[in-house]
Design a protein around this ligand. Structure first.
Ligand SMILES: [Zn+2]
Length: 252
């Protein structure tokens, strides 16, 4: 399995990062992607790149007020010199104050254009903003696809992303019975467009809500997903791994 979204660089893992990786390997996680959220985290992320551990750099919309003036120029330097697998995580978050929307949109569009120039896919963070994100992807004619992480939209919106070359990221939320819409989308979206993610340390599966999440939760995620879709776990592992490798141009 590949965990396509894992914040293994966060300080909350400083005490036992190796053990976290080891537990993930025990359940069959063979690769993971660490997305960047702000410039001051990129050095830490770069230091974690290694066997099975790929990295991305991006300016997260939630930190819209904290990115420096020249953040885009600095990001370009990181992308140019350190060859990440993607630009991310980037996007629009309409659950934070609406005074930020203009800044968020400018940051997002700038990063889409940067990813396009470097022929890189993007890792999208989208909350209550799927329509403006889809509109911007079309406006920029973004050709490299990517992953909509922790997808929370409708099946129609999932299909709109897929038509633009995106995969849909499914994580611990799918194990929660009350997450009806996420479960419906997870059950019905095309198998060629599903990828797994932990979003650790956030969004743990049912039974561990409020605790630190880990990439080892992918075992529960894939089991739930297989049951929802009525398919074999092994087949789903093969498909989601293949999808992640394809969308991230991840060669062994
Ligand atoms: Zn994230």
């Amino acid at each position: 399995m590949i965990d396509t979204h894992c914040h293994l660089d966060f300080p909350v893992f400083d005490g036992d990062r190796e053990a976290v990786w080891a537990r993930a390997r025990d359940v069959g996680v063979r690769g993971l992607v660490i997305p960047g959220v702000r410039l001051d985290s990129f050095g830490r992320i770069l230091a974690l790149r290694g066997e099975g551990c790929r990295i991305a750099f991006g300016l997260h919309p939630v930190f819209w007020g904290e990115h420096p003036e020249d953040a885009l120029a600095q990001l370009e330097g990181w992308v140019r010199w350190h060859a990440p697998v993607a630009v991310g995580e980037i996007g629009l978050d309409y659950m934070v104050s609406s005074e930020s929307f203009e800044v968020q949109a400018r940051l997002f569009e700038g990063q889409l254009r940067l990813a396009k120039a470097f022929h890189l896919p993007v890792l999208l963070h989208v909350r209550r903003a799927h329509e403006p994100v889809l509109a911007l992807l079309r406006q920029v004619k973004f050709p490299c696809g990517g992953i909509v992480h922790a997808f929370s939209g409708s099946l129609e919106q999932a299909r709109a992303y897929i038509r633009l070359g995106f995969c849909v990221g499914i994580g611990g939320v799918v194990t929660r019975g009350q997450a009806t819409r996420v479960r419906q989308v997870a059950a019905r979206v095309d198998a060629a467009s599903l990828v797994l993610e932990s979003d650790a340390p956030d969004l743990p599966p049912l039974g561990r809500i409020g605790e630190r999440n880990e990439p080892a939760c992918l075992g529960e995620v894939v089991a739930t997903l297989a049951a929802l879709r009525g398919v074999e776990v092994a087949d789903l592992i093969l498909a989601t791994t293949r999808n992640a490798r394809r969308v991230l141009n991840w060669q062994e």
